[in-house]
Ligand binder design. Structure first.
Ligand code: PLP
Length: 396
């Protein structure tokens, strides 16, 4: 019988055991609804880690992918393809940055961004050190591990050198860390995996000024907070800064695996033929999906929806927090929402799952809600009611 147990047992036998997976296998999804192999229905408040921003299997996305599938799936980056070039045009228009490059994931986009920053710095006769912020997450490849938490580095030594970490929201610490070896600073304006921590506008303005003054590259990792989730296309837009490099992935392809690096001409001029590349990155299929995803975000005004729905959700959460003092803080921008608890949150997220809501606990005690931007009021109310019910049970 092909049920949840059948597939989760197979997973335990055959898959590399690196994920603490929940005991269910997902069969299909539509909009904000997800079904498992036992026939249970869930409301998705996690969107595959902030990926399905336009909802699962949006009919327009399915149509665009199917259309492209019948024409051309892959051709390599030795040739130009229409979907890729149209996507590059669209993203450069939206961002106001001159150049796009496509990768396959967020980590790969960040690796490329690090390479670009180093190349620019070396072209100026300076060093290659990349500074990141404590509590950040930029991926699981070796260079991105080097930017992140020690706990993810353990056992994978030697970790690449040329990286430094400083406290977040601390301009004195950043300023002190910059020297002639520094190539760039990489940061998330809202730290997703780190617990939905929002950097301050004052700090980010100073970071931008410092990078200008020292001629070092500012990389904004928008992998999680980008693509409309916060109510702007890119979350950094809320803070009045403009990075030299933006990295994207997750929500970019509507569920298809694609990452992107966007950069200004000054940085782009430092790199030339043969110095970076990828086989699959931005192939016709994933590019067609990403282009349609952006058009859907625009046509359905999902950026405005993210603000409006985020406000509603957070207002309700604040009412809940008045009664439940275990909620220490609610941090949010649009539909990127973190609820910090006074206790570890994994059990609460599991309870919610068993009651029909997909959510997530990050940074040990933060329940993260990053639902598709198409979530309805009724679905939000359901998520909130399950959150309260589960919170009460965990407390008891
Ligand atoms: N950057 C940020 C901010 C992320 O949240 C993530 C993944 O969670 C990554 C990079 C890595 O992306 P990927 O898992 O696609 O490599």
């Amino acid at each position: 019988m092909q049920n949840n147990k059948y597939f989760t047992d197979l997973d335990k036998q055959h898959y590399l055991q690196v994920y603490g997976r929940y005991p269910l296998a997902i069969k299909k999804a539509k909009g904000c609804k997800v079904w498992d192999y036992d026939g249970n229905k869930y409301i998705d408040a996690f969107a595959g880690i902030a990926v399905n921003n336009i909802g699962h299997n949006h009919p327009r996305l399915v149509k665009a992918i199917t259309k492209q599938l019948k024409k051309l799936i892959h051709i390599s980056n030795f040739y130009v393809s229409k979907p890729q070039v149209m996507l590059a045009k669209k993203l450069t228009e939206i961002s106001g940055l001159e150049r796009a490059f496509f990768a396959n994931s967020g980590a790969e986009a960040n690796e490329g961004a690090i390479k670009l920053a180093r190349k620019y710095s070396h072209s100026k006769g300076k060093g290659g050190t990349i500074i990141s912020l404590e509590n950040c997450f930029h991926g699981r490849t070796l260079a991105t591990l080097a930017t992140g938490k020690e706990k993810y580095q353990l056992g994978f030594e030697p970790i690449p050198t040329g990286f430094k970490k400083v406290a977040w929201n601390d301009i004195t610490a950043l300023s002190a860390a910059i020297d002639k070896e520094t190539a760039g600073v990489i940061l998330e304006v809202i730290q997703g995996e780190g617990g939905v921590n929002i950097l301050s506008k004052e700090y980010l303005t100073k970071v931008r000024d410092l990078c200008n003054e020292k001629d070092i590259v500012l990389i904004c990792d928008e992998v999680q907070c980008g693509m409309g989730r916060t109510g702007k296309f890119f979350a950094y837009e809320h803070f009045g800064i403009k990075p030299d490099i933006i990295t994207l992935a997750k929500g970019l392809g509507g569920g298809m695996p694609i990452g992107a690096i966007l950069t200004n001409q000054k940085i782009a001029d430092a790199i030339t033929f043969g110095e970076h590349g990828t086989t699959f990155g931005g192939n016709p299929l994933t590019s067609a999906a990403a282009l349609e995803t952006i058009l859907i975000l625009e046509d359905e005004k999902l950026l405005d929806a993210a603000i409006e729905k985020g406000n509603y959700f957070v207002k309700k959460l604040k009412e809940i927090a008045l009664v439940h003092k275990e909620i220490k803080e609610i941090r949010s921008l649009g539909l990127m929402i973190g609820v910090e608890l006074s206790f570890p949150g994994r059990e609460l997220a599991e309870k919610m799952l068993h009651k029909g809501v997909l959510s997530n606990c990050t940074a040990d005690n933060v329940i993260r809600f990053v639902p598709p931007l198409v979530i309805s009021k009724k679905e939000m109310d359901f998520v909130l009611s399950i959150f309260i019910e589960s919170l009460k049970e965990v407390k008891a």
